[in-house]
Write a new protein. Structure first.
Length: 226
């Protein structure tokens, strides 16, 4: 399996953490998600101090490594590097992708958030390994985006323009995940998992729906006559 194929496989589902999940501590929830088959975790905490975030990342690094899963840190390149995470996820107001690419090992993963195909192409050219595209169905995890829904088709547009793995984010649920996967993308889930009383069950059901959507897409591809 190529490095890109391996990355796409791991990014079928990214679970993004919340500092106050419904079912216990962040470590408890991440452990349950990994046991359910999730292979990528993004540590996201906009409020905690650098030292607290580092301590959290160091713990998650150990349990993700033991499960063969990726650990990505949202925004904080310093924390990602200090905790030996697999990568960092950046936004338009963070350190530029090309600056991070110049100063990190090529195996260090860089994610970037955009819903614009041209911006996605530019980020990929600058060295982004994958893109987070959203908010697909709107989201309450970021202020002002509750009513902003770009839809699954835009995720596909960004994926085709950029040529790198893309992950649809924003309002992802068991009911709607298939439409995003049908566009050739993975998904990232925050609220659906972090607000659940049984997060592992949600992850299992999301992965089941992802597998179904992938199988349907493969069948459609096989039916195409060249």
């Amino acid at each position: 399996m190529s490095a890109e194929s391996d990355l796409r496989a791991r990014l079928r589902l990214i679970v993004i953490t919340d500092p106050s999940p419904a079912a216990g501590s962040v470590v408890d929830v991440v452990t349950e998600c990994l046991e359910a088959g999730c292979r990528a975790i993004q540590l996201r905490d906009k409020e905690s101090s650098a030292v607290h975030l580092y301590e959290q990342a160091a713990i998650l690094r150990e349990i993700t490594r033991a499960s063969g899963a990726l650990l990505l840190v949202n925004d904080r390149l310093d924390v990602a590097l200090a905790a030996d995470a697999d990568g960092v996820h950046l936004g338009p107001h963070d350190i530029p992708v090309d600056a991070v690419r110049r100063t990190t090992d090529r195996t260090f993963l860089i994610g970037y958030s955009t819903d614009d195909p041209e911006a996605g192409r530019e980020a990929a050219a600058a060295g982004a390994d994958y893109l987070g595209v959203g908010a697909v169905y709107g989201t309450r995890s970021k202020e002002g985006l509750a009513d902003e829904a770009i839809g699954p088709a835009r995720v596909g547009s960004v994926a085709r323009a950029s040529g790198v793995p893309c992950v649809g984010i924003g309002g992802i649920t068991i009911a709607n995940v298939g439409a995003v996967v049908a566009e050739g993308a993975g998904v990232a889930a925050l609220g659906a998992v972090m607000l659940a009383e049984r997060p592992g069950d949600v992850v299992s059901r999301l992965l089941l729906e992802i597998s179904r959507a992938e199988a349907e897409a493969a069948t459609r591809d096989d039916d195409v006559v060249v």
